[in-house]
Design a protein around this ligand. Sequence first.
Ligand code: HEM
Ligand code: HEM
Length: 175
Amino acid sequence: MIYTVAVLAASIVYFIYAYNTYPPIAENETFLSEIGEGFGEIGLWALLFIYARTLLKLLMGKGALARRILPDYSPPAAASIFERLLCFLNRTHVYVGIATVAVILLHIVMMGIPLDNLFFQAVLVLVVWQGLFGMFLTWRYSPKELKKFSHLVHAQFVTGISLGMFAWFGHLLID
Ligand code: HEM
Ligand code: HEM
């Protein structure tokens, strides 16, 4: 909560600064940017989908990492519908994650606006960050230390909260 409020406060300060400093950018509707908007919407839903899994996991008190990432893990027959859902989400996370990063990068490229506000620069860094450390986490040859570090900086809400906040304020700014 404290972190979220701090990010919110910093965003508001920078928003006011940027709003009064940068000239407005002209709306450029091209064929590519129309498709790019679609990618933005898909990216938004994909992020909500990813963090819904984390919420579900927190609600269900699931912890052990090893069990979750075993490729052939399947829930016991009597598992509840939520446990089955969670198991499905866990098994598909890597693919959903890769698709999400790709879709958001496509969105950014296709909208074709200069990346001169800090919000969008930070969003780009955070998306690449999630993708990169997710990859190290998945890659079988990552050294143990790197895996540990990757888990620490990938599997949490800290980047997600900033990502959501910065993307929201960034769009508000260009609007
Ligand atoms: C987490 C990352 C992002 C998500 C989930 C996202 C999502 C969206 C959504 C849902 C829209 C509205 C589409 C519509 O009006 O139909 C949009 C529009 C747009 N996005 Fe993004 N976006 C992200 C990052 C970025 C970044 C980094 C840029 C900077 C290049 C960007 C540039 C734009 C532009 C120029 C528009 C069109 C203007 C507008 O409708 O406000 N987006 N985005
Ligand atoms: C924007 C993209 C991504 C976001 C927002 C994201 C978010 C997360 C979060 C919040 C967790 C913790 C899950 C939990 O404990 O509930 C997690 C775990 C994990 N992520 Fe990602 N991730 C993304 C992309 C990726 C990618 C591209 C990969 C692999 C190439 C990946 C691999 C993993 C792995 C291996 C775990 C740990 C095992 C697990 O919890 O299933 N992620 N991710």
